[in-house]
Design a protein around this ligand. Structure first.
Ligand SMILES: Nc1ncnc2c1ncn2[C@@H]1O[C@H](COP(=O)(O)OP(=O)(O)O)[C@@H](O)[C@H]1O
Ligand code: SF4
Ligand SMILES: [Mg+2]
Length: 335
């Protein structure tokens, strides 16, 4: 393979992935038939309301699913090789060295009784087999990389600001030189200015280290600046996928349109966030057909009975009966 064809080959392929959670003897589907590919250096936003399956998707990819989760179908491939995502022990060599996750709320993820330097050095010892002094040198290098003077590594987590702690989390995620970083709401707990700084840092690291990025957020405006592509999730399924420019200029799915409407835009006087009416479905009572139909202003008869497939439109994909080739059975059920 030439270098250029290697560059075009997907780094990560998620192929028809479904994950169920076992809860009190019942199996509940959290993500359903999720497929997408990520290319080297690409930044993709995964956007949806709480409970739409974003974290489950991330955890499945990173091999960090909780014990009550079951991969009921589908595969994840990294550089063309199938990952044993449902086998904890077999995943060990892949975890953190191929795909790393930066979680929301660094205070909970960091150990309060250890200096941050030690916490960054730890994976270098355990995963890369470095000596203590090599690992400390690497931790100093990583701190500088994420914009923290190396000497601040002696601090305990509570001595750092929220933004600094999230930088430490990013340093830890980079320790084993992964080629993919998943940021799971990495800026949600931060103020707007710090949020912008962390997103800028992720962007800089991405180009400096040729990282691919999956940025998970419930806030569509976060992906506008940071991502090349965006995938919208609803009730465990991808409902729209396109470039950021396409999605913002010409959203096809009614849910995407409503999500865009929730973004305040002081430039045109829209300062108030307008929430999407109705509640997201829970796993126990997922509506039949298109799961969005009880909230959809464009719902038709067919929407309550048939799950729309994720159809391709050039390089974009949309799952909505409004955009299927057959125009039959399109009788409005909402006035
Ligand atoms: N460990 C778990 N056990 C049972 N249900 C879970 C578990 N983790 C997540 N869920 C459920 O799976 C669905 C998807 O959750 P999640 O992937 O965390 O969504 P998101 O990250 O988009 O908020 C939600 O309904 C959530 O309650
Ligand atoms: S399939 Fe129907 S209910 Fe679902 S988003 Fe499209 S129009 Fe709305
Ligand atoms: Mg989540």
């Amino acid at each position: 393979m030439t270098n250029s064809s290697q560059d075009k080959a997907p780094l990560l392929e998620i192929d028809r992935l479904s994950v169920d959670y076992g809860l009190k003897g019942v199996s509940l589907r959290a993500i359903d038939d999720v497929s997408f590919a990520l290319r080297p250096g690409e930044a993709v936003g995964l956007v949806g309301e709480s409970g739409s399956g974003k974290t489950t998707t991330a955890m499945a990819i990173a091999g960090l699913l909780s014990p009550n989760a079951r991969v009921s179908s589908g595969v994840v491939r990294y550089r063309g090789n199938r990952l044993p995502i449902d086998d904890d022990a077999a995943m060990r060599p892949h975890r953190w060295s191929e795909t790393s996750v930066v979680f929301q709320g660094a205070m909970n993820a960091l150990n309060p009784v250890h200096r941050v330097m030690k916490q960054i050095a730890e994976p270098c010892v355990l995963k890369l087999g470095m000596s203590r002094s090599e690992a400390t040198a690497r931790a100093r290098e990583l701190l500088e990389l994420v914009g923290i003077p190396a000497d601040r590594g002696v601090a305990y987590p509570h001595e750092l600001s929220g933004g600094m702690r999230q930088r430490v989390m990013i340093a830890m995620a980079l320790a084993c030189r992964p080629s993919i970083i998943i940021g799971d709401e990495p800026t949600t707990a931060l103020d707007v200015i710090t949020q912008a700084q962390i997103l800028k840092l992720l962007g800089e690291l991405r180009s400096q280290l040729n990282l691919a990025l999956i940025l998970i957020t419930h806030d569509l405006s976060v992906v506008a600046e940071s991502c090349d592509r965006v995938m919208i999730m609803y009730a465990g399924r991808i409902v729209e996928d396109g470039t950021v420019a396409e999605i913002f200029a010409n959203p096809k799915h009614p849910y995407t349109r409503l999500l865009i409407d929730t973004i305040p835009n002081p430039a045109n006087g829209k300062k108030i966030i307008r929430p999407i009416p109705g509640d997201p479905p829970n796993l126990i009572s997922r509506p039949p057909g298109c799961a969005f139909h009880p909230r959809c202003p464009s719902a038709m008869g067919v929407c309550a009975t048939e799950v729309p497939g994720l159809d391709k439109f050039g390089r974009a994909r949309v799952a909505c009966h409004l955009h299927r080739s057959s125009q039959e059975d399109k009788v409005a059920i909402h006035a």
